[in-house]
Design a binder for this molecule. Structure first.
Ligand code: KG4
Length: 335
């Protein structure tokens, strides 16, 4: 079954063709990162307009690269939540029109379910149940993937997402948006251990996380250094910061796996590209006797192939929609 998939929830317009949920036939992405970098973050209105500009041509590109014509497409999948509402609406509306024109089923896909499904593309043997650590610019979740379309949140951030925290800390260090990747590179130049950063605990919810205190601590370090005319050890701060984020995420993911009785763990989302988090996960999984799946870097960030992968399993579960399908800025992954 060939699914034409669309993703437009933030600043990447993406169109892909995926076969049977597991094989990428094409994965076209038009990134807007350079435009938003001028503003130090994503400007929602600009994101929506840029999606409109490129989505038709990108669809032709995805079909061409997959060696497909429109007639070969069996269904259309699209991110319908969560995300920047204007941006999601562009991809979803376009997907609806394609599904209508081709007279094929329309499959709504939750963006974070898609991130988790990137693992199905990279690892043919991976099947639920497993525990997923979904960490991106907008979401930070520990999810029990009981089945392909039966997901339960075990832990979540109470405020900022891990990626948002990376991006704001990177700004303090004078790095361009999005800052996670450049910070990761900068951190490689130091062993850290210079800056003491806070570690958050949510009372009565040991698997929940909080990143706003960590973000504020880095902003305050930056302000203080400026006021007293001190140079920050930028590489050490990048390293200590990444370690602090990893210390929030990895032990909780391992604890959640133990509590849910899972011995397979999969990482997902843009922040899963982080080298310190990846290394910590590897060490922790080895210690706890868990099998770890770390998707390749190109499947960690936003893309449409992951939407096609999850879309296939949503379709098998009978989750298709009519032309009245709406987009949503927020939505629980278990809905
Ligand atoms: O998954 P993604 O592409 O978009 C969302 O769905 O949010 O994630 C983007 C986030 C950004 O915050 C970016 O700074 C972060 O992923 N990121 C990283 C790394 N590469 C990207 N964070 C830490 N380390 C990295 N190597």
């Amino acid at each position: 079954m060939k699914i034409l998939a669309f993703e437009s929830s933030c600043d990447e317009t993406a169109v892909a063709v995926v076969e049977d949920g597991r094989r990428i036939l094409s994965n076209a992405i038009a990134s807007q990162v350079d435009i938003h970098a001028l503003y130090g973050g994503v400007v929602p209105e600009i994101a929506s307009r840029k999606h409109v500009e490129v989505i038709a041509a990108l669809t032709e590109q995805a079909l061409r690269e997959a060696g497909c014509t429109r007639r070969d497409i069996d269904a259309v999948a699209a991110t319908y939540a969560p995300g920047l509402i204007g941006a999601v609406l562009v991809g979803l509306s376009f997907a609806k029109s394609v599904a209508y024109a081709l007279q094929v089923p329309l499959i709504p896909v939750h963006h974070v379910r898609g991130h988790i499904a990137a693992n199905y593309l990279a690892f043919p043997e991976l099947e639920p149940p497993f525990l997923a650590l979904a960490i991106s610019g907008g979401n930070t979740l520990i999810v029990d993937v009981r089945d392909y379309t039966d997901l339960r949140i075990l832990g979540a951030t109470r405020d900022d997402a891990a990626g948002e925290c990376f991006d704001k800390a990177a700004r303090v260090l004078g790095l361009p948006y999005p800052g996670g990747g450049p910070m990761d590179k900068l951190a490689q130049g130091s062993r850290g251990g210079v800056y003491k950063l806070p570690h958050a605990q949510v009372d009565g919810a040991e698997l929940d996380m909080s990143f706003s205190g960590l973000k504020t601590a880095v902003v305050n370090l930056g302000h203080h250094a400026q006021q007293v005319g001190e140079e920050l050890d930028r590489a050490a701060l990048a390293r200590d910061f990444a370690q602090a984020v990893s210390d929030e995420l990895v032990p909780r993911a391992m604890k959640a796996a133990a509590l849910a009785g899972r011995t397979v763990i999969a990482a997902a989302g843009g922040v899963a590209a982080n080298s310190i988090i990846r290394a910590d996960l590897e060490r922790a999984c080895e210690k706890q006797g868990c099998q770890l799946y770390l998707p390749p870097l190109k499947l960690c960030g936003d893309n449409a192939a992951m939407i096609g992968a999850q879309g296939y399993y949503e379709y098998l579960a009978g989750h298709t929609a009519g032309m009245d399908l709406n987009a949503y800025a927020t939505m629980d992954i278990s809905d």
